[in-house]
Write a protein that binds this ligand. Structure first.
Ligand SMILES: Cc1cc2nc3c(=O)[nH]c(=O)nc-3n(C[C@H](O)[C@H](O)[C@H](O)COP(=O)(O)OP(=O)(O)OC[C@H]3O[C@@H](n4cnc5c(N)ncnc54)[C@H](O)[C@@H]3O)c2cc1C
Length: 474
């Protein structure tokens, strides 16, 4: 009997497993593939994800494998630099191959004691008052108290639950792959500049050694059962660019659509959904994986609290209440970006107008805060603007604030020096630091780094400690 079984060892499942292990929860991750994925999809880790990695002491591992790039220029690929003074100690984007992200997160989960079993596809589930019985493709049955479907956009768990996934089907496909080319780099650069100005979902980017990353749009949605071939690429390149650039010797070929869908519910009894299993959208602005990482960090401590027995009654349901609106917002911004990428004259005119408007700092800032997820504010009720937002990494007496969040516990950051975490000190750390660079007397941070309370009154604090961290010990 495990506490939690996670279906899927993609980035969301792996990080969730690690988050649960921080609280000694017995976790098993079931992954249907026998080997880690090999296709090299370069993803961008945006600011909030980099901050999350820093709060768990992982950022250096990621920096060692990625390339830092400026944070701006991601909203519909409109080429505007990020505004000055973004509210983060990590105001950049990290370009990093997705398989590396997955490997680092899986290693982290295993280091913390999670079990990962590969070649195990979840095919059935049944839940009762005590737990969930999970059926595997080979007929084996496993038991756990909770199950989380982190099994991607085609989630079996979501389908088995009968949770609806309404939205828009894919209308246009894009071919993406890595291959060698047969024409000189200057010729490619000139053609890409010419065509890329109109077809914004078209590019050839050199990887070195004559290998290029090739992205080319396809009219309509293709037969999903048929993997793309090199001939498909040649034909589409000729249609869009008038030449196939002599492409040959592919490393890998893939195709993705632009479907946009959101799960009707994130929880059905003892089964929850996270990451692409709960939301899918076109990869414009590079937000999907980032969104899944945030889901994992939001859910991990709440599910752990439920299992450890100290969760307030409604805590687990705040996962959907907080995260579903964030996904709705991301889906909407990708819908808007998709329109702005269209080569039709109307959307192109709107794009020119928005490009002009982004010269206003506030417009540019709002858009970048959406894409990088540092603008998220959960609804914790009335209060100062900081309430519900994540707190940036600041200097504190013991070093950096995020360094104090590695264990995934709550934190009382107290400039008054007279407050206490009292009976919650087994779940919440207390740092008295009159000099902390904080615009408030005291803040209570949840394990995901969001501000759960601001004030200087012990009774008010105790009420909020109860709200988020349950009944005090003893
Ligand atoms: C071309 C492209 C570029 C992208 N670029 C970015 C980017 O720059 N930034 C970004 O944030 N996002 C990007 N994304 C999106 C990102 O790849 C996904 O959002 C991310 O992979 C979702 O992670 P996940 O763990 O939720 O799901 P997945 O990565 O889909 O992982 C799900 C896992 O579950 C396993 N699984 C499936 N079914 C079962 C089952 N029945 N039992 C057990 N295991 C199962 C799968 O094998 C898989 O390992 C991009 C996507 C595409 C297509």
């Amino acid at each position: 009997m495990f506490d939690v079984i996670i279906a899927g060892c993609g980035p969301t499942g792996a990080l969730l497993a690690a988050e649960l292990r921080l609280h000694d929860v017995r976790v098993l991750v079931l992954e249907k593939e026998t080997e880690p994925k090999s296709y090299v999809r370069i993803v961008g880790l945006h600011i909030r994800s980099l901050e999350l990695m820093e709060t768990r002491g992982l950022l250096d591992r990621f920096l060692a494998h990625g390339r830092r790039r400026p944070a701006g220029g991601f909203f519909a690929a409109i080429n505007k630099p990020a505004p000055e003074g973004l509210d983060s100690a990590h105001a950049y984007l990290l370009g990093i191959p997705q398989p590396v992200v997955e490997r680092l997160l899986e290693e982290h989960a295993i280091e913390l004691g999670a079990q990962v079993r590969r070649g195990c596809a979840v095919t059935g589930l049944q839940q009762d008052d005590e737990g969930v019985t999970v059926e595997l493709a080979d007929g084996e049955h496993l038991r756990s108290r909770y199950l989380v479907g982190c099994d991607g956009g085609h989630s079996t768990v979501r389908k088995l639950l009968g949770v609806g996934f309404p939205g828009e089907p894919s209308r246009t496909d894009t071919l993406m792959g890595e291959m060698e080319v047969g024409v000189p780099p200057e010729e490619i650069a000139a053609k890409v500049a010419e065509i890329g100005a109109i077809h914004r979902r078209f590019w050839l980017r050199p990887f070195g050694g004559g290998v290029y990353s090739v992205v080319v749009p396809v009219a309509g949605a293709a037969d999903r059962a048929r993997p793309p071939t090199l001939d498909d690429f040649r034909q589409q390149l000729r249609t869009v660019a008038g030449t196939d650039f002599g492409v040959h010797s592919p490393r890998w070929l893939s195709r993705f659509g632009d479907a946009t869908r959101l799960a009707e519910r994130y929880r059905a009894g003892r089964v929850l959904l996270a990451g692409d299993a709960a939301h899918i959208h076109p990869p414009i602005g590079g937000q999907g994986l980032n969104l899944g990482l945030q889901d994992a960090v939001n859910l991990g401590w709440k599910l752990a609290a439920q299992i450890r027995g100290w969760a307030p009654d409604t805590l687990l349901d705040t996962y959907q209440a907080e995260r579903r609106p964030v996904a709705e917002d991301v889906l909407d911004n990708t819908r808007a970006q998709l329109e702005l990428l269209s080569d039709e004259p109307g959307p192109q005119a709107v794009r020119r107008l928005l490009t002009e408007l982004m010269d206003f700092d506030e417009v540019n800032r709002r858009l970048i805060e959406k894409i990088t997820a540092i603008g998220i504010r959960y609804d914790f009720g009335e209060g100062p603007d900081l309430l519900g937002r994540r707190l940036r990494d600041i200097e504190v007496r013991q070093g950096r604030l995020y360094g104090l969040l590695h264990r995934g516990r709550g934190l009382l950051l107290d400039r008054t020096g007279r407050l206490t975490a009292g009976g919650w000190s087994d779940r919440v750390d207390h740092l008295a630091d009159p000099a902390a660079a904080l615009d408030a007397p005291c803040v209570l941070l949840r394990p995901d780094g969001h501000v759960a309370w601001i004030g200087d009154d012990q009774r008010d604090l105790d009420a909020h400690l109860s709200r988020w961290f349950g009944t005090p010990a003893g």
